[in-house]
Design a protein around this ligand. Sequence first.
Ligand SMILES: [Zn+2]
Length: 323
Amino acid sequence: MSCDVNWDRGISVVGHQLWLDPQVVRELAFVSHAHSDHARRHRRALLTEPTLSLLSKHRRPHDVEVVPVGQTVVVDGARVTLFDAGHMLGSAMLLFQQPGRSLLYTGDMKLRHPAGLSTPVPQAQALVMESTYGLPHFRFPEPDSVVLELALWCRQAIAAGATPVILAHALGKAQEVMLLLGRLGFRFALEERCLPFARGYEAAGVKLPEWAELSQVEERLEDRVVLLPPAGKQALKRLARYRTALVSGWAKDPQFSRLFGADRCFPLSDHCDFDELLDVVRLSGAEQVYTVHGYADELARHLRRRGVRAHALARTEQLALAI
Ligand SMILES: [Zn+2]
């Protein structure tokens, strides 16, 4: 219980009917991005255009209010502004403002990007932040260096006559990897689970590098990089020689990365690492912080030790969904 937000299978803004990424159907909800753990068929929902286009039909809200990033709308007396969250196409943070209070909800977010880019963080009195990687051992190298190592690994596999296979979340991470490696000249073969999302990105105006359906080209892969979610590993049985790499922040957790049985792990994440989470707190200037998802208790405890008023809203481990 707090004066800003409450947790009940989702985050409710106290004194207002808005819910933030609720896990059950609500009257009025903000859907921060299109990952399935965040989307339900709400009566009315605020979201960005790309998020709407990436939602499968059965997850689309009944009544939709598309809010462009950077634009402020008035929702039942409150000012609501969306900001890019840097997590995946369409992902947004929400700044809620009423006279005397302001609250920033991050949803899933990522601060550091290749080429030294960083997601701007708006200021607010209260901050509700994701804490997926809220433990100090989750510290990721600069994204640019991880991409170069991944590219080198792909080239070495191809030179050795093996197909490089990248295990990545089918929505968001797979397209990010394609865009990053595509700039270095790679082309791709996608397992069927990645297909609707590649098409969804393209329908939303993102130009992806050359790709083909894995089932159509598996006899003549040549130098293509195969992309598939960890759940699609049975498709590998049909490949002659291959090497696998897990691309995920969980690469920093030896126990977790072992679970996937990948030959290599690359810590390229679409979430903040531990230091980025601390940066988000600092940049927001918030007097009160609430953590949600992943290591929420641990991060809140760490913040309190540093003198920040912080509480965990709920401990919702969703490792498989966070890859
Ligand atoms: Zn997500």
